[in-house]
Ligand binder design. Structure first.
Ligand SMILES: [Zn+2]
Length: 494
């Protein structure tokens, strides 16, 4: 290495085939054999990571990125996001889960046209990439027709990220649509050859009906060799009965993702653990919508593998920094409350910052069966990586605890560079994709259309759900002024 300051490469210099060398980062490899490197280098050649180490020799034709002061980590993985709902970003900020169900499942989900699904996916995908989330499972349960599915696929394939379409349709019975010839031809049309840029899963919930009508949907998944993702352990919706039925009929296996898995018994967790299933924890969703307390504090005790997810941008966003932070806090909060209930104090935090970074990277890769492809900065793996670096941010130095820095200090505005398959997607804090303008127009059209379909009253009610009057607890204390004989001075005006 020389001391000559090298010029900052321009985006146009990252031409296909040129190796990229990241120089001098704190490297969170998430590979136990490599660990954390201070002042580490990562060399990317083609689609893959070629070398991770110190003072790597720069190939003559390499583009060198000064990553000093930054943290280089694997691209994050979101294992459950209803991307189509991003078209109505933030509308449901004050909803409960039942209000969400009434809005999408009962009343308005059915008005979404293929172009609305396309618009939501486009914006959701760009947002994820911008935030350093290089792989997203699109839990797409608004696919009323295969044409809606085609629109979802078209949007995902047009984006420079890695996605998995989890095909779902809440307006039909999964045992019907999953077995229908139209669905088979959708699969043939779009997934004739499987690749690592766009995967396919089946997405449906198990109601707990003792007749187990979902058997047909599981059978279709088995026949097509597709993983299943299912909302499980959702208070008041999917319970232990769903898990028992899946177990009894032989459909619990390592290719099932249980989303939320909050309000379940120890017995259900044992069945998930024994069958090798994965849980996708959506902490912000669980805390705010009410599926149950985020379950990592219980999953850990069963050794159940965890990944993270953001659920829906009708409330939240694509920001896995937020997911990591919320998950670590929710786990610790629960540990404290449990200890206090027993008259004790927590003296060691069991869940560590490293653990939630693991959940957000390798945890997601494992849930998708991509643990040998992505999830860590390991030579030979696909180069999906994120450089967190922001020289203008007072929160980006000093970096003393790199995992803690990612979880509690950094945010999506600090995402400097993103690569997917070795291709530059974001650089110097700017998305390089020209699709943002298109997404803005398309989502604008969807919002106008949806608002017209709902009418102003329903639209307003959706945004501002009713709130019942709450009475304040009577307070015997009043305060007037400090007179030297006590802070709280009883004061009567009568
Ligand atoms: Zn969900």
């Amino acid at each position: 290495m020389t001391n000559e300051p090298s010029p900052v490469p321009r985006p146009g210099e990252f031409t296909p085939g040129r190796p990229i060398l990241f120089r001098g980062a704190t490297v969170l490899s998430m590979d136990p054999g490599i660990g954390v490197l201070e002042g580490g280098d990562v060399l990317v050649r083609g689609e893959r990571i070629e070398q991770v180490g110190h003072d790597l020799a720069a190939p003559a034709e390499a583009v060198v990125v000064d990553a000093g002061g930054g943290i280089l980590m694997p691209g994050m993985v979101d294992t459950h996001r209803h991307m189509w709902q991003t078209a109505l970003r933030g509308l449901g900020a004050d909803w409960t889960l039942s209000q969400y169900f009434v809005f999408y499942y009962l009343n308005w989900g059915k008005i979404f046209r293929p172009e609305d699904i396309h618009a939501g996916n486009l914006l959701a995908g760009l947002e994820a990439l911008d935030a350093g989330v290089t792989t997203t499972v699109d839990w797409s349960h608004g696919l009323r027709t295969p044409e809606h599915g085609d629109a979802a696929v078209e949007a995902l394939r047009s984006l420079p990220g890695r996605f998995v379409l989890a095909y779902g349709n809440i307006f039909g019975a999964p045992w019907e649509w999953a077995a229908a010839p139209e669905f088979r031809s959708f699969v043939d049309r779009n997934f004739a050859s499987r690749d690592e840029r766009l995967g396919l899963q089946l997405a449906f919930d198990v109601t707990g009906d003792e007749q187990f009508p979902e058997r047909g949907a599981f059978a279709a998944a088995r026949e097509l060799d597709l993983p299943v993702t299912t909302h499980a352990g959702v208070w008041g919706a999917t319970t232990d009965a769903s898990i028992r039925l899946m177990w009894d009929h032989g459909f619990m296996n390592p290719k099932v993702t249980y989303v939320h898995a909050t309000t379940l018994s120890e017995d259900s967790y044992q069945r998930i653990a024994a069958s090798g299933g994965h849980v996708s924890v959506s902490t912000e969703s669980e805390q705010s919508a009410g599926q149950g307390h985020p379950p990592t504090w219980r999953l850990r005790k069963h050794g159940i593998p965890v990944s993270l997810s953001m659920d829906s941008s009708v409330w939240w966003s694509a920001d896995l920094f937020s997911a990591m932070r919320a998950t670590l806090s929710a786990d610790r909060a629960r540990e404290h409350l449990e200890a206090h209930a027993a008259g004790e104090t927590v003296v060691h935090n069991k869940l560590r910052a490293r653990d939630v970074v693991e959940y957000a990277t390798m945890g997601g890769a494992r849930a998708l069966g991509l643990q040998d492809v992505i999830g860590s900065l390991t030579p030979g793996k696909k180069a999906d990586l994120v450089l967190i670096k922001n020289d203008r941010s007072p929160a980006m130095f000093p970096v003393l605890h790199p995992y803690g820095h990612v979880v509690f200090q950094a945010g999506r505005a600090d995402v400097h560079t993103v690569l997917v398959d070795g291709t530059l997607v974001k650089y110097r804090h700017e998305l390089l994709s020209p699709q943002l303008e298109r997404a803005r127009e398309a989502v604008g059209a969807t919002v106008s259309y949806a608002r017209g379909e709902l009418g102003e009253q329903a639209w307003r009610q959706a945004r501002e759900p009713e709130i019942p009057e709450t009475e304040l607890i009577p307070n015997p204390y009043t305060y007037s002024e400090y007179r030297g004989e006590g802070v709280a001075v009883r004061h009567t005006d009568a």
